[in-house]
Design a protein around this ligand. Structure first.
Ligand code: NBP
Length: 475
């Protein structure tokens, strides 16, 4: 049979994507660097649809209907370049290579340009939802040309998750736009997970609840405005008991969070763009801090206050819910601002409302909350920040007394809440009438003659700090 699409790279993600395609009636050519994975897929899942197993690059390319559509699902980085080098010479103008791995968007821009010069379409595509998503419907963020999306869109929307009948897949924009948005998605995922972890820590040590009791609190929250996949799985993890010891699972897991690097990319890129994504940065740093065993051993035992649980546990849980919600609005607002800045920097016409729409299902940060973000951008596509949307502004206004009291309590008890507290600092910084940045400008002018502007008249000024008169000159 002639395959209308092919997948190369049949580890867990590629295999499940290939099965998802086949289950939707597509004829899927299969290829993997080593043959075992291809044979294994056909043996175990061959009856799920029509697969065309192939065992060489030439055979794979020959199995595909033209214009060829090759999905590459290999380890990001050098392996992706190796696969492109192997296949590109075998392809013809108009053929499409879809890189569905977690590539850095700068690599995607480079690869897209190189392949465009050969007449090939390179479609860097973010895929979120882990292995389950790949099989049952991920959130899909394709970049690349509009021409390529016209051909690929119907296939990708076929296998994507759907919410209210709308597929969680949309053409994000040219070249690296899809991988950029996927990167920020992962950064927001880091921030969201950290905020939830801080809420847990507070419920445990400030409210004095057990993991099982906290699981119940999260279950309650999951039926409210915080309803989301991450809150749901958090309750499951907290309710889980370790079979070997009978202890709560969360107490037998080493408290060192690992990372594969997409959070770091998000923060590095945000620094380059000058966009404060403090929620994502603090989450990434919190993982690094947790993982530095030697440093933590050296510092363990430094003095701090006693963690005596406070009175009024149930009320405090409601305060924590409000603090979590408000901090979450900040983290998402920052992430969407980073996408906006990336779009401006690289000339991508990204529709932020469409991004929120395709994150409502399939991906790790899927949540009812994303529907509110979709609505906010529908009401005003040029919204400067989600925090000024009328709905979010009102929700944060109502949450902020609790937010402040939760952060104050955490500080008093010595419970680290970098996510909650930095989100609050960002909110207070944004809404400030005057910032001490004026003083920073004075310092800069003093030691480096870096000049400053005035609030009362236009122009650029410098003060002769070293002279007795300290006269001001316009420069
Ligand atoms: P891995 O990231 O573990 O990659 C394994 C695959 O890459 C195998 O098919 C392997 O072939 C192939 N490969 C390697 Br390694 N080096 C190669 C080379 N030089 N030439 C050709 N093929 C090579 O697989 P995964 O966990 O399925 O993830 C695939 C992609 O999806 C990654 O980019 C990942 O970041 C992304 N992703 C993963 C998730 C997730 O939840 N795991 C979620 C979203 C995105 P072999 O079988 O011959 O060794």
């Amino acid at each position: 049979a002639e395959a209308n699409i092919g997948v190369t790279g049949l580890a867990v993600m590629g295999r499940n994507l290939a099965r998802n395609l086949a289950r939707h009636g597509h004829t899927v050519a299969l290829h993997n660097r080593t043959e075992g994975r291809t044979r294994d897929l056909v043996e175990r899942y061959g009856d799920e649809g029509t697969f065309v197993p192939t065992y060489s690059a030439e055979e794979f390319v020959a199995a595909l209907a033209r214009p060829r559509k090759l999905v590459v699902m290999v380890k990001a980085g050098q392996p992706t370049d190796a696969v492109i080098e192997e296949f590109a010479p075998l392809l013809e103008p108009g053929d499409m290579i879809v890189d569905a791995g977690n590539a850095h968007f700068a690599d995607t821009r480079r690869r897209e340009q190189a392949l465009r010069e050969k007449g090939l379409h390179f479609v860097g595509t973010g895929v979120s939802g882990g292995e389950e998503g790949a099989l049952h419907g991920p959130s899909i963020m394709p970049g690349g040309s509009a021409e390529a999306y016209a051909a690929l869109g119907p296939i990708l929307t076929d296998i994507a998750a759907t919410v209210d009948g709308t597929p969680c897949c949309t053409h994000i924009g040219p070249d690296g736009a899809g991988h950029f948005v996927k990167m920020v998605h992962n950064g927001i995922e880091y921030a969201d997970m950290q905020l939830i972890a801080e809420a847990y820590d507070l419920l445990r040590h400030a409210s004095g609840l057990s993991p099982a009791e906290i699981a119940e609190v999260f279950r309650g929250w999951n039926s409210g405005r915080l309803n989301s996949y991450l809150i749901e799985i958090t309750a499951e993890v907290l309710a889980h008991t370790d079979a070997a010891t009978g202890q709560p699972f969360v107490d037998v897991v080493a408290d060192r969070a690992e990372q594969k690097g997409t959070g770091r990319w998000t923060v590095q890129t945000a620094l380059d763009l000058g966009i404060p994504v403090t929620g994502i940065a603090e989450a990434t740093f919190a993982r690094s801090l947790s993982g530095d065993a030697a440093l933590r051993d050296a510092a363990r035992g430094l003095p701090g206050p006693a963690r005596t649980p406070i009175e009024g546990g149930a009320d405090f849980a409601a305060d924590i819910e409000r603090a979590l919600y408000a901090s979450k609005v900040v983290a998402y607002a920052q992430g969407f601002n980073q996408i906006q800045a990336g779009a401006k920097e690289y000339g991508w016409p990204i529709d932020l409302g469409a991004v929120a729409t395709i994150w409502r299902g399939g991906c790790i940060i899927r949540a009812g909350f994303l529907d509110d973000i979709r609505a906010a951008y529908a009401a005003d596509p040029a919204l400067p920040t989600l925090l000024t949307d009328a709905g979010f502004a009102a929700a944060v206004r109502d949450a902020q007394d609790s937010w402040r009291s939760v952060v104050a309590t955490a500080v008093r008890l010595g419970i680290p809440v970098p996510g909650f507290s930095s989100a609050l600092a960002y909110y207070d910084g944004l809404r400030a009438e005057r910032l001490p940045a004026a003083l920073v400008q004075g310092q800069r002018d003093y030691f480096g003659a870096h000049t400053y502007q005035r609030v009362d008249r236009p122009g650029t000024f410098h003060t002769e700090w070293a002279t007795r008169e300290q006269a001001e000159t316009e420069v």
